[in-house]
Design a protein around this ligand. Structure first.
Ligand SMILES: C[S@@+](CC[C@H](N)C(=O)[O-])C[C@H]1O[C@@H](n2cnc3c(N)ncnc32)[C@H](O)[C@@H]1O
Length: 440
């Protein structure tokens, strides 16, 4: 390595440590922190290393933070939190990402100086070198605790154990895998086979999964905005489990449809690609509503995009009932931890009750807006029964005219009156689906 690339290696690690500290200590989301930082980074290789490091370090923080605890005689002071983050990401780059040991050590020592912590450069050197010498024994010791081995918070392990006892290990393993990059063809502008061929001609290997009518899975992750057809709206990025939502809805041309929690518009746009429906795409978050418009514009689709609270229809509903309602509810996102590993660091046990109460409130408020004979699809990317089948059971109990319809086996396990795809099943995210019909 020459001097310039040594410096680049240190600078990228110093950056990664700063961002990781924001994620871990300030509760900033990985996606938001990465996007803010990556926007300033022109070099695609640096961006890729930053992304891979932040994802792996967030995914494995709880395990390697425990290792660091064994290696430090006393905890680093709060003002050295970036050095703490640097050490954890150094372990992760060596142990998980398989980067060359001594290059990581040298770059992290220099990164400590770039972080304005030259007094800690010696400590970084000593701790990383000791990790290299003792890593097998250290990991064997911390891994005796399953919560540390799987790098999940204890409360979440207990909840998953309670809800999916026989699948616990498989779920935790799936949560720690990298998710595949899955695209959805825009049927209005392209077809799946042609898109596959165009991507193959650009050197991108793609498979067409049999269980997804519109899906393409890429063999390797890439910057999709550089792929042929992206700017022209020929495809979107969307996990297969989310693509299945449209299959449940049984859309027909001419229907009035409400997407009650629509931002950023992934499922709303899929609906419009598949049928000529009159769609209202609603979301309560004024910062996210413009993203619905941007996505529809890129894909060449139109909807009535509205900012509003689904639980307070007076401000946005004209009183005409909907034939279909999608309630893709705000949730714990415990089914998509492999895509958003920082959920393991940010979600708290106490979040689940209020989320379930919000989901129930949204379901109760939307039910009167459904036409007789109409169908409401309740969906979440949660694994937890409290947010899924319990919310659904509440909706069915409260409304004598509500009846859950059976969904095909390919939507996953039976879970109460709905179905649950567990993360990793058919390579897809964890997702809950329940289709409820209103008596005609
Ligand atoms: C799971 S996300 C929706 C994802 C979206 N359906 C898609 O496929 O792109 C949940 C959304 O619910 C919205 N939300 C939360 N509370 C709401 C409320 N009371 N009314 C309407 N939208 C709400 C959030 O702003 C968030 O955008």
């Amino acid at each position: 390595m020459n001097g310039a690339s040594d410096h680049a290696g240190a600078a990228i690690r110093a950056d990664a440590a700063r961002v990781l500290a924001r994620i871990v200590y300030d509760g900033v989301s990985l996606r938001a922190a990465f996007d803010a930082r990556a926007a300033r980074n022109a070099d695609p290789r640096d961006r890729a290393l930053l992304s891979a490091t932040l994802f792996s370090a967030s995914r494995w923080w709880l395990r390697f933070d425990a290792v660091l605890g064994r290696l430090l005689e006393r905890a680093l002071p709060p003002k050295a939190r970036e050095v703490h983050s640097l050490l954890v990401l150094g372990f992760v780059q060596i142990e998980v990402m398989g980067m060359p040991d001594y290059a990581v050590v040298a770059a992290c020592v220099d990164a400590a100086r770039l972080l304005g912590q030259p007094r800690h450069a010696g400590l970084v050197n000593a701790v990383l070198r000791r990790f290299l010498r003792e890593r097998a024994a250290l990991l064997a010791e911390v891994d005796l605790d399953p919560a540390i081995r799987h790098a999940h918070p204890r409360w979440l392990i207990e909840r998953i154990r309670n809800d999916w006892p026989r699948d616990l290990e498989a779920i935790l393993d799936a949560n720690n895998q990298e998710a595949p990059l899955t695209l959805r063809v825009n049927r209005r502008r392209a077809n799946r086979e042609d898109l596959r061929d165009r991507l193959a001609a650009a050197g991108v290997e793609v498979i067409l999964p049999a269980h997804l009518a519109d899906g393409l899975v890429l063999a390797e992750s890439t910057d999709v905005s550089r792929l042929p057809g992206y700017a022209e709206g020929h495809f979107s990025v969307q996990d297969g489990a989310a693509q299945q939502v449209v299959e449940c809805l049984e859309l027909e041309d001419g229907q009035r449809v409400l997407d009650a929690c629509a931002a950023p518009g992934g499922k709303a746009s899929h609906m419009l690609e598949r049928a000529d429906v009159e769609l209202t795409a609603l979301d309560a978050d004024g910062r996210r509503v413009p993203r619905i418009r941007e996505n529809l514009m890129r894909l060449g689709l139109e909807a009535n995009v509205v900012e509003g609270d689904a639980a307070r229809p007076a401000s946005w509903w004209d009183g005409r009932p909907f034939d279909r309602i999608l309630l893709d509810a705000p949730c714990s996102a415990t089914g998509i931890i492999r895509r958003q590993p920082d959920i393991k660091l940010h979600r708290r046990a106490g979040d689940i009750g209020p989320l379930a109460a919000l989901q129930a409130r949204l379901g109760a408020a939307l039910w009167p807006m459904l036409a007789p004979g109409g169908k409401l699809l309740y969906a979440t990317c949660s694994l937890l029964r409290a947010e899924n089948e319990a919310v659904l059971a509440g909706l069915l109990d409260a409304n004598a005219d509500a009846r859950a319809l059976p969904l095909p086996e390919r939507f996953g396990r039976v879970a109460g009156a709905g179905r649950q795809n567990l993360p990793g099943n058919k390579g897809m995210d964890g997702f809950f689906y329940a289709l409820v019909e209103k008596a005609p």
